[in-house]
Design a protein around this ligand. Structure first.
Ligand code: HEC
Length: 129
């Protein structure tokens, strides 16, 4: 009888471990969804983390830098090339007097891939009303 109980509890233990593993498998595709994120979502993430852009750019009010919405509007109106700007290849269109403040960030954006820069651009354009 004792033996049977032992076997039974071992089986239950093993089963619960197996069940946990199964759960992990189900969760996995979700946590690996980085590739499935839309460019806007990926851009938002970069904007708020790696890029630290959020420190100076808020969605609809000027803090240190112009608002995201203002940047989007001016770039759309003037058909600006934001990716090229972030690579350090363009003249500023939004607030040339403050360009030197923005320029310090090119150290970060120049290291970003085209995909990352396009994601930032998509995130900025998503603020157009
Ligand atoms: C230290 C503050 C600061 C940070 C951090 C910062 N910016 Fe800026 N940004 C500015 C200021 C100030 C301007 C206005 C000067 C200008 O227009 O170049 C600006 C302007 C811009 C413009 C408009 C450029 C133009 O054509 O005039 C874009 C696009 C931009 N920032 C994107 C970003 C992105 C993307 C990041 C994050 C990788 C970022 N900024 C981080 C301060 C900052």
């Amino acid at each position: 009888m004792k033996q049977t109980l032992f076997t039974l509890s071992t089986a239950v233990l093993l089963w619960s471990c197996a069940a946990k593993d199964e759960k992990k498998d189900v969760l996995y595709p979700e946590s690996a969804s980085t590739e499935k994120k839309s460019p806007e979502e990926f851009g938002k993430e970069l904007f708020e983390s790696t890029g630290n852009c959020f420190a100076c750019h808020q969605p609809d009010q000027k803090i240190i830098g112009p608002s995201i919405e203002q940047i989007a509007r001016i770039y759309k109106d003037q058909n600006g090339d934001m990716v090229s700007f972030l690579k350090g290849n363009e003249k500023p269109l939004v607030d040339p007097d403050q360009f030197s403040v923005m320029q310090t960030n090119f150290a970060i954006t120049k290291k970003m891939s085209d995909e990352e820069l396009k994601a930032l651009e998509a995130y900025i354009y998503s603020h157009l009303k």
